[in-house]
Design a protein around this ligand. Structure first.
Ligand SMILES: Cc1cc2nc3c(=O)[nH]c(=O)nc-3n(C[C@H](O)[C@H](O)[C@H](O)COP(=O)(O)OP(=O)(O)OC[C@H]3O[C@@H](n4cnc5c(N)ncnc54)[C@H](O)[C@@H]3O)c2cc1C
Length: 376
């Protein structure tokens, strides 16, 4: 018997969709609410590491992800010189196991669609354009008032509503979200034939420039700079700025740059980080994914950590008879230190660049790969 029979999941990202699917597959009645009116029609790409792919396979969507995404097994390091010289080709650790690729790039909306379709088939009731206005819990359940005035009562609320979580705020938890000092320009566009894996260019006028193929036809490319207020730029100015920053990078970047023509596919985001001290629950409300911890994407682990939270939480809920301290203690033991280590390492990688310090990047990447290769 699972420890819960009715669950409200708030947020339809990787953490929320993952938790909802696992629970619904085992007969739990799951409502999922998502504040956006629909799954975003446009968006950038996402780099999924092996340990994310392992979780997506457990969710029953690996074949669909493989079919829509672009798999690769190595990382290129290139020089920010006029030739874009390939300095090293590093075989990536297959952190999801030998039968999964090291990395898959894919368009975010495609991944969201795959997960939402799977959740719908599992019986999850998904409602868009809705959030939580109030929560009140007692020993046996949580009363919820939704933003449209309707109400519900659940055995458990899963707050998977991202870095600026409303559920977290309703619990009275207000962590400091730290800007890490970097900002990223991202563009989504066509894949030139010369781009067949992620290459990173460290240094030059920006901190990092890179790209990730997301399908046979598409990629996303990015340039990481010192954080600054880019809010006042028009779309055309944003495009011009990214093109100007990218002009310092060559090799396959020369091909990528010629495709940077659509201002509507460029966006700018600041890197931020936070980790909630344990525990991540208050009574019958628990926070997972970016609501509980969030890292800058220097190791591309945020999605994987969100999926791991969902998998571990639901495994424990489905195995327990009661929602008691044993569930929460094991959830804390299995998730908090691992997620915090990933956040710290992701921040450290960026900090070395900000400080222009020669940190041991391969050792750090190797340490995190060894950690996340272990099952969550
Ligand atoms: C620039 C950038 C690039 C990144 N690149 C990568 C990458 O390549 N690989 C990787 O693994 N990770 C990457 N990440 C991190 C990754 O995106 C996150 O860690 C991951 O998406 C977390 O998943 P989540 O489900 O916890 O949160 P989210 O993806 O933020 O999902 C939360 C969901 O909740 C919804 N929501 C928010 N508020 C409410 C509310 N009040 N009520 C209802 N719904 C709500 C949101 O609309 C959203 O759909 C990147 C992050 C950034 C900032």
């Amino acid at each position: 018997m699972p420890a819960v029979h009715t669950v409200l999941v708030v947020g339809g990202g990787l953490a929320g969709a993952g938790a909802a699917i696992h629970l619904a597959d085992h007969g739990v009645a799951v409502d999922l609410i998502e504040i956006k009116p629909d799954i975003a029609a446009i968006g950038s790409g996402i780099t999924l590491q092996g340990n994310a792919l392992r979780e997506l396979r457990k969710l029953g969507v690996w074949e669909a992800v493989q079919a829509r995404g672009y798999s690769f097994d190595s990382l290129g390091l290139r020089a920010p010189n006029p030739d874009g010289t390939l300095l090293a080709e590093i075989p990536d650790v297959r952190t999801g196991g030998p039968d999964l690729p090291a990395t898959v790039g894919m368009p975010r909306p495609d991944l969201a669609r795959i997960l939402h379709d799977r959740a719908g088939s599992a019986g999850v009731k998904i409602r868009f354009g809705l959030t939580v206005a109030a929560l009140a819990q007692d020993a046996s359940g949580v009363d919820v008032t939704f933003s449209d005035g309707s109400t519900g009562r659940y055995d458990l609320i899963v707050g998977a509503d991202g870095i600026r979580s409303t559920v977290r705020r309703l619990l009275g938890i207000n962590p400091e979200i730290r800007p890490t000092g970097m900002g990223i320009w991202r563009a989504f566009g066509p894949r030139p034939a010369s781009v067949t894996r992620t290459d990173l260019f460290y240094g030059g006028p920006s901190y990092i420039a890179g790209y990730c193929p997301t399908s046979e036809d598409t990629l996303y490319a990015y340039v990481v700079e010192a954080a600054q207020d880019r809010g006042g730029l028009s779309p055309a100015e944003q495009l011009a700025t990214m093109r100007e920053l990218a002009a310092a990078y060559h090799g396959p970047w020369d091909d990528v740059r010629t495709t940077l023509t659509d201002a509507s596919r460029i966006n700018y985001t600041l890197f931020e980080a936070h980790v909630l001290p344990a525990p991540w629950h208050r009574g019958r409300v628990v926070l997972i994914g970016d609501a509980a911890h969030s890292c800058p994407p220097t190791l591309a682990q945020g999605g994987a950590q969100a999926l791991e939270d969902a998998a571990v939480l639901t495994e424990l809920l489905l195995a327990a008879e009661n929602l008691d301290d044993r569930v929460w203690t094991e959830f804390t033991d299995r998730r908090c230190a691992r997620a915090a280590t990933v956040v710290e390492a992701s921040v450290q990688l960026g900090q070395w660049l900000l400080d222009r310090e020669q940190g041991d990047v391969p050792a750090l990447i190797g340490r995190i790969a060894a950690l996340v290769a272990q099952p969550a």
